[in-house]
Design a protein around this ligand. Structure first.
Ligand SMILES: *Cc1c(COP(=O)(O)O)cnc(C)c1O
Length: 291
């Protein structure tokens, strides 16, 4: 199911930037979306090599990673269980998880914090269980995300991605280094205090000055928005015909716009953005978009 793919790479008409491109990872699959597909590719390969048939993972109630894992498990004939942070709730994303046959275990925040203990308590000694960290964070995920670079042209000056755990950014930086590119990687943490991302990336790949962190585009924190971001999303989608999500990709595209306006780029430089998908995230804020 993880056959080779080459998601489209398209130019975007932009009011300030003559050369803005977008890597459409959102088109890989509607449910195993974007970077989650890249991450799961080698995670599932590792599980298969170890003969593991039951994926066990972790996420919040609006986690793109949970839907992706549920879909990937169902399509590869595996079982899946998710520890879901917080009290029992139901929403569009969790309904999809259940339809894909994923078992949901709602876990209070205290217990959720210690994921290995959670796993051990329920699945310790279970011969076919396979632990997948929150968001899929792992060396396998980094390896999968590094492959995105092999599908991009070598002459990109500035490459942008949104970051939650920083795993995708680590993979992109790894790919850039392995291909010997001069590309700068601009990372937009979607959480407040995003400086921690540097350390996360450093766990997987040596840091260089090719990594540029922009920590001021979190809009109040994870899954937080402001009216100007919502307005930006409406305009972007109507203008380009490309959906973006309020949790990740909108913050990245907003940052690109803002940096362009502040003359951060030189004339003629080639700028590209990874559309990491995550469009179900719109559902988590649907009331905010209803006019
Ligand atoms: C999960 C997700 C991210 C964050 O990826 P990390 O590897 O955790 O930094 C970015 N964009 C979208 C759309 C996501 O779903």
């Amino acid at each position: 199911m993880f056959a080779d793919l080459n998601s489209p790479f398209q130019q975007l008409q932009h009011p300030h930037l003559t050369c803005l491109w977008i890597k459409r990872e959102d088109l890989i699959d509607p449910y195993i979306s974007g970077n989650k597909w890249r991450k799961l590719k080698y995670i599932l390969q590792d599980a298969a090599a170890k003969g593991k048939e039951h994926l066990v993972t972790f996420g919040g109630a609006y986690s793109n990673h949970l839907v992706a894992t549920a879909a990937a498990a169902a399509r590869s004939g595996r079982k899946a269980t998710a520890f879901v942070r917080g009290e029992k709730v139901m929403n569009e994303m969790l309904v999809l998880c259940q339809l894909y046959g994923m078992e949901l275990i709602f876990t209070d925040r205290e217990a959720y914090r210690d994921k290995p203990a959670c796993y051990e308590k329920h699945f310790g000694g279970h011969p076919s269980a396979y632990f997948i960290d929150e968001g899929g964070a792992s060396a396998e995920a980094v390896k999968g995300c590094a492959e995105i670079i092999t599908e991009l042209p070598a002459d990109i000056d500035h490459l942008f991605c949104a970051a939650g755990t920083g795993t995708t950014a680590a993979g992109l930086l790894k790919g850039i280094r392995e291909s010997g590119l001069k590309t700068k990687l601009h990372v937009i943490p979607v959480l407040k205090g995003g400086d921690f991302i540097r350390k996360e990336i450093g766990r997987y790949v040596p840091l260089t000055d090719q990594l540029v962190l922009h920590t001021d585009y979190h809009f109040g924190g994870y899954a937080k928005t402001r009216p100007e971001l919502l307005q930006f999303i409406r305009q972007f989608i109507a203008r380009h015909g490309i959906l973006i999500d309020p949790v990740y990709t909108a913050k990245m595209f907003f940052a690109i716009d803002d940096l362009a306006e502040k003359n951060h780029f030189s004339a003629g430089e080639k700028i590209a953005a990874i559309h990491t998908g995550g469009l179900l995230g719109i559902m988590g804020m649907k009331e905010k978009f209803a006019l």
